[in-house]
Design a protein around this ligand. Structure first.
Ligand code: GNR
Ligand code: NI
Length: 186
């Protein structure tokens, strides 16, 4: 297994619509294993393949709380068959929009269909955090980020904030390098 880099806004790859998977094989399972490891390391509760630059309709998730045993879930070609009219406002975040959090209201329950890790079809109701996370991840497969559900002002501010944080971090890394080089030459 390997930890992969997570793409962040405004990377245009995140806007791509991902392609359905046609064969569930060991290569796909290797991708899902890497995604899970990447998600745990981040840490996050869900990850879509496009977030590691792979435009396939694949999601991994683990909603186990702290102190609970790990409960990895894998979704291949997920579909939403039906949703509740009732919505649940939830404070969302996204590994591709780091450090930004805002409330989004989505259907509280969704009937979903997908293929599991072994390629077997599953149909079930997702509700509460599970429903929120599935819908957040399925948006990624269509090139949609949670900030796309916010006002243009909030979205543009969010992207600028992420870009600024990345630029600051790059400066920080460079000065640390310069400092190290200066120390060596003493
Ligand atoms: O780790 C994550 N937490 C989260 C919190 C509320 C709603 C959705 C999420 S998913 C996010 C990881 C991520 O970016 N998945 O695409
Ligand atoms: Ni996300």
């Amino acid at each position: 297994m390997a930890i992969r880099d997570i793409l962040t806004v405004p990377n245009p790859v995140l806007k791509q619509v991902s392609e359905p998977v046609d064969t569930v094989d060991d290569e796909l399972r290797r991708l899902m294993d890497d995604m899970l490891e990447t998600m745990y390391a981040a840490p996050g509760i869900g990850l879509a393949a496009i977030q590691v630059g792979v435009a396939k309709r694949v999601i991994v998730m683990d909603l186990a709380g702290k102190g609970e045993p790990p409960a990895p879930k894998y979704f291949i070609n997920p579909e939403i068959l039906e949703t509740d009219a009732e919505t649940l406002p939830y404070e969302e975040g996204c590994l591709s929009v780091p450090e930004i959090y805002d409330e989004i209201a989505r259907p509280k329950r969704a009937r979903i269909r997908y293929l599991d890790y072994d390629g077997n079809p599953v149909e079930e109701w997702a509700e509460d955090l599970y429903a929120v996370c599935v819908q957040h991840e399925m948006d990624h497969l269509d090139g949609i980020l949670f900030i796309d559900h916010l006002s243009r002002l909030k979205r543009e501010r969010a992207v600028k904030k992420v870009q600024k944080a990345k630029a600051d971090e790059a400066v920080e890394r460079t000065s640390a390098e310069v400092e190290k080089a200066a120390t060596r030459s003493l």
